[in-house]
Design a protein around this ligand. Structure first.
Ligand SMILES: Cc1ncc(COP(=O)(O)O)c(C=O)c1O
Length: 413
């Protein structure tokens, strides 16, 4: 707590603390819980140079989805390019060419037009066919946007064999922030059926299976236990793919723990029976996961207080009505200048933020905190209650604006 206070004194606010130690811990945990898997850290949720260095120090692997990400890996540690896969299912020829020139040869396709792009590169490319396994439980149902169905998979495999294109296996992403490992296991079982079909029809066994991301972060002190989540996935892999090289593309679960958002109260007013607090960070800033990802974060105060909690709303610094971090919570009374923080905000937060109102973005401060030191602070907000209230207060407008990804997904546009 004192460390947060002194960091604010030194750097002002808003700030985001970045702990290399916690990032390393999270990546190493996956290596420990699924030791038979090569974990390609998916750079999307936190594409920091430091992250690539840490993964490299863990003798790990990286998953990129753009030339920007690839160039960053190259700049930080060119040796990592040989431990890199390019998993965006849609690519321009210039991207493909540049990836090959840099020695990245594993590419993902999920449709006919895409696989044809590799005909000029038959001698180089190693193809993964991305399969789609839609499910409603995922925070982000990535299979609606990408992933071949069974018929397309077979068509792509037949095309590849007819045209001497080298397919090394299949990949999938069951959706981000899965609550249970069931969908991963179901997908693994379905892949086994597909791989058997390939063997029966083409006499080849694919040597690789990529089980994607979707490993959960432990948001809001939930009882999510990554080891328990991974165990049955490991068993399914042993059962169905004992002799196959297994890859994964974890993003969120590796990045979430390593950041703490720190802000201050910059304004307050009492309205309609509630105390409104205006903070200097919000949903267009470090709390952008609330906008894009339907994630909610708990707020904590660094001030010790015996005062009776009062009904409170916490809003961000922009002029926009949706800039609400916590819509209704009983919270200790606060003054202007008081410091608040939220844990586990490392994934899809600083990457998604924008400078709405041309506000300054929170500065990222390298600070090797131990998350454990912040674990026993009593929680300020009940998340399920908070979610219901968000819906109640802002209805469709809030839903539409704050979670556009999920809104569009549900409408299936
Ligand atoms: C292709 C691909 N791989 C990996 C990831 C990372 O997934 P997660 O953050 O759920 O681990 C994503 C997320 O969008 C993705 O699209």
């Amino acid at each position: 707590m004192n460390s947060i206070k002194s960091l604010v004194k030194k750097h002002g606010s808003p700030i985001v603390l970045f702990s290399k130690k916690e990032f390393k811990k999270s990546y190493s945990s996956l290596q420990k819980f699924l030791p038979q898997v090569k974990h390609f850290y998916s750079l999307k949720p936190l594409p920091f140079e430091e992250c690539v260095k840490i993964v490299s120090s863990c003798k790990g692997y990286v998953d990129v989805a753009s030339l920007g990400e690839l160039e960053m890996v190259k700049k930080v540690d060119p040796t990592m390019l040989s431990r890199c896969i390019y998993t965006h299912p849609i690519k321009k020829d210039a991207e493909i060419k540049s990836a090959f020139e840099n020695g990245v040869d594993v590419m993902v396709v999920d449709n006919m037009e895409e696989i044809k792009k590799f005909l000029p590169y038959k001698d180089k490319v190693k193809i993964l066919i991305r399969l789609g396994f839609p499910n409603d439980e995922a925070k982000c149902n990535l299979s609606e946007r990408y992933g071949a169905d069974e018929a397309t998979f077979k068509e792509l495999v037949n095309f590849a064999f007819d045209n001497q294109l080298n397919i090394i296996g299949a990949s999938f992403h069951v959706g981000s922030q899965m609550q249970k490992p069931t969908e991963h296991i179901n997908a693994i079982k379905k892949c086994k059926v597909f791989y058997d079909w390939v063997f029966k029809n083409h006499g080849t066994r694919f040597g690789t299976l990529d089980i994607g991301g979707g490993f959960p972060a432990k948001y809001n002190n939930s009882d999510m236990d990554l080891e328990k989540f991974c165990k049955p996935i490991g068993e399914a892999l042993e059962n169905f793919f004992p002799n196959t090289e297994i890859w994964s593309e974890p993003g969120r679960s590796v990045a979430a723990n390593c950041m703490i958002a720190v802000s201050r109260v910059v304004g307050k007013t009492f309205k309609n029976g509630k105390m409104w607090y205006y903070l200097d960070d919000g949903v267009y800033g470090t709390y952008s996961g609330m906008m894009y990802e339907d994630i909610t974060y708990e707020l904590y105060s660094v001030k010790k207080s015996n005062e009776k909690p009062i009904a409170s709303i916490f809003a961000g610094p922009t002029c926009d009505s949706v800039d609400i971090i916590v819509p209704n919570v009983m919270f200790q009374p606060l003054d202007i200048g008081d410091i608040l923080f939220s844990k586990r905000i490392g994934a899809y937060s600083v990457t998604n933020r924008t400078r709405f109102n041309l506000l300054e973005l929170a500065k990222v401060i390298p600070y090797d905190f131990d998350l454990e030191d912040f674990e026993n602070i009593s929680s300020s907000t009940s998340v399920s209650e908070e979610k219901n209230l968000i819906q109640k207060i802002f209805g469709t407008v809030f839903n539409h604006t704050v979670a556009p990804y999920r809104y569009f997904n549900k409408k299936k546009i």
